[in-house]
Design a protein around this ligand. Structure first.
Ligand code: SAH
Length: 212
């Protein structure tokens, strides 16, 4: 199956389309990116299932549906160019973003995960991604402003530094809450920020403060 991943990735993309993902560019990215290279050997046989999977260090690779849906939502809200991702993890969401947007910045607090993700993206010849080992609560001030910010770990509240790094007209997508999490979207217009609740979700926590 893995040598022949293109068929599996296409089937996953078709499944996500049936589940309601409409954006052709996002569906194409899902069909093109080999998800199995982002997953440990023992779980590779599940790589093209629509499920989250453990990636070590107590973290998970997100469910393909949520990866596709969040990417689509960024595009629907008008983000097109420069994206900041918080929580690189396996790097799979990063790769999908790299296929969909002009330039991607990604921050991860666990160094081992960040290095591994960096190697995987190089292996896929995705050179429009810049990664940083750091604390995502602080965003990436020196590269701001961003057209879109996507947080792939659940924060207890919307990180204010991230809002400040949104471009005018920019959009932030983040899971907020602890046991009861909601995906929220915040749109910036000048100095005003409008929040929309999108859907209930379940992510690992956005760890406060320190880095490993
Ligand atoms: N999109 C990733 C999701 C990984 S899980 C994927 O599909 O693989 C969330 C990631 O957020 C984990 O790798 C975790 O280490 C990272 N994370 C948690 N708190 C963080 C913080 N404060 N700053 C940066 N990264 C953080």
């Amino acid at each position: 199956m893995l040598a022949n991943y293109t068929r599996s990735a296409q089937a996953l993309s078709d499944l996500l389309k049936r589940e309601g993902v409409e954006d052709a560019q996002v569906l194409n990215a899902i069909a093109q990116i080999p998800r199995h290279i982002f997953i440990d050997d023992v779980l590779k046989h599940k790589a093209y299932e629509n499920t989250a999977l453990p990636i070590g260090q107590g973290q998970t690779i997100s469910q393909p549906y949520i990866v596709a849906r969040m990417t689509e939502l960024l595009r629907l809200a008008g983000a097109c160019n420069k994206i900041l991702e918080i929580g690189t993890g396996s790097g799979y969401q990063t790769a999908i973003l790299a296929k969909t947007f002009t330039k991607v910045y990604s921050v991860e607090r666990i160094k081992a995960l960040q290095w591994q993700a960096k190697r995987r993206l190089q292996q896929l010849d995705l050179y429009n991604v810049t990664m940083k080992h750091g604390d995502g609560w602080q965003g990436w001030q020196s590269q701001a402003p961003f057209d879109g910010i996507i947080v792939t770990a659940a924060a207890s509240k919307v990180p204010q530094d991230l809002l400040a790094q949104l471009a005018d007209g920019g959009v932030l997508l983040a899971p907020i809450g602890e046991s009861d999490q909601k995906l929220i979207m915040v749109i910036r217009k000048g100095d005003s920020f409008t929040e929309h609740v999108i859907a209930p979700v379940r992510f690992v926590p956005l760890v406060p403060g320190d880095i490993e």
